[in-house]
Design a protein around this ligand. Structure first.
Ligand SMILES: [Fe+2]
Length: 276
């Protein structure tokens, strides 16, 4: 922590929150267990939708770099990662580009394209930015313009698009987003998604695994991977991740939730898609 940041409220609130709650809810051993389980699946592609850290500290990013090293070694650019709000925790962190300097393999541009084969493209959109106290993200006109333009290009090429962002633009009714946690401009993002019609929108931020097909974007399956390292009694909140077989035409087959038992075993269960 920099002394000059002690007047920054979140620098106080955050560590206090960690002392009171966070280390209990995010046991460090869970991260390695999750990484081992992901590697055991031998994926062709892995997408990480952000929040490598709690407070954007250099030491946290160094730990993340070490943790992700085997997956990076195995997949190269096919480990596709974007930032979360916790990775740009303060304006100072963002100005000093702490994330960019610590994890240069994370895609921090507003929009990033990665072609997976001659039919499938992965698209990352970055809505993460610092807020004084809240955990929001923000849809900016520039991000919208670039995302819309990229959809135009990819759709003109006849490619299937898989979009990754940090924040949901819609949540199941029983898990509403709080005003201080939501993506500001979520309706605008939903509009661009409706027009661009990606086959999948992968996100995190809200620590619950779910799979929904929103009526407002009927072409797009929204997948929330949940937290990879949180301890919780509910299976959909407990540490885990999602896997599936992605078809070139956009179809998602064998959607599976992987849930950690907190010791050594991982349960695999099929995931039902809900229309909301
Ligand atoms: Fe987040």
């Amino acid at each position: 922590m920099m002394w000059s940041e002690l007047y920054y409220p979140k620098r106080w609130l955050g560590p206090l929150n960690l002392l009171l709650h966070r280390s209990k809810f995010f046991p460090p051993a869970y991260r390695q267990a999750a990484m081992d389980a992901i590697l055991a699946e031998e994926p062709d592609v892995a997408v990480f939708t952000g929040d490598f850290s709690s407070f954007s500290l250099k030491s946290e990013f160094e730990q993340a770099d070490e943790l992700f090293a085997p997956l990076r070694e195995k997949l190269g650019e096919r480990l596709f990662a974007i930032p979360g709000n916790h990775d740009v925790y303060t304006t100072r962190v963002a100005r000093r580009r702490v994330l960019e300097n610590s994890l240069p393999w994370v895609h921090t541009d507003l929009v990033t394209r990665l072609d997976l084969n001659d039919r499938l493209s992965l698209l990352g959109v970055n809505h993460s930015c610092p807020f004084l106290i809240a955990s929001n993200g923000k849809v900016t006109p520039e991000a919208q313009e670039r995302l819309r333009a990229m959809f135009d290009v990819l759709n003109a090429e006849g490619r299937t698009v898989l979009l990754a962002g940090h924040y949901p633009y819609i949540s199941p009714p029983e898990f509403p987003e709080a005003n201080n946690h939501k993506l500001l401009g979520d309706d605008e993002l939903a509009q661009v998604v409706k027009e661009g019609a990606p086959a999948v929108y992968m996100h995190g931020h809200h620590h619950i695994r779910w799979a929904v097909r929103p009526r407002i974007t009927p072409e797009t399956l929204c997948l929330n991977c949940g937290s990879v390292s949180m301890k919780h009694a509910r299976p959909d909140k407990q540490a885990g991740f999602l896997s599936w077989d992605q078809q070139d035409d956009g179809e998602v087959r064998n959607l599976t939730a992987h849930t950690y038992d907190g010791k050594s075993a991982w349960a695999k269960s099929p995931v039902d898609v809900r229309v909301i």
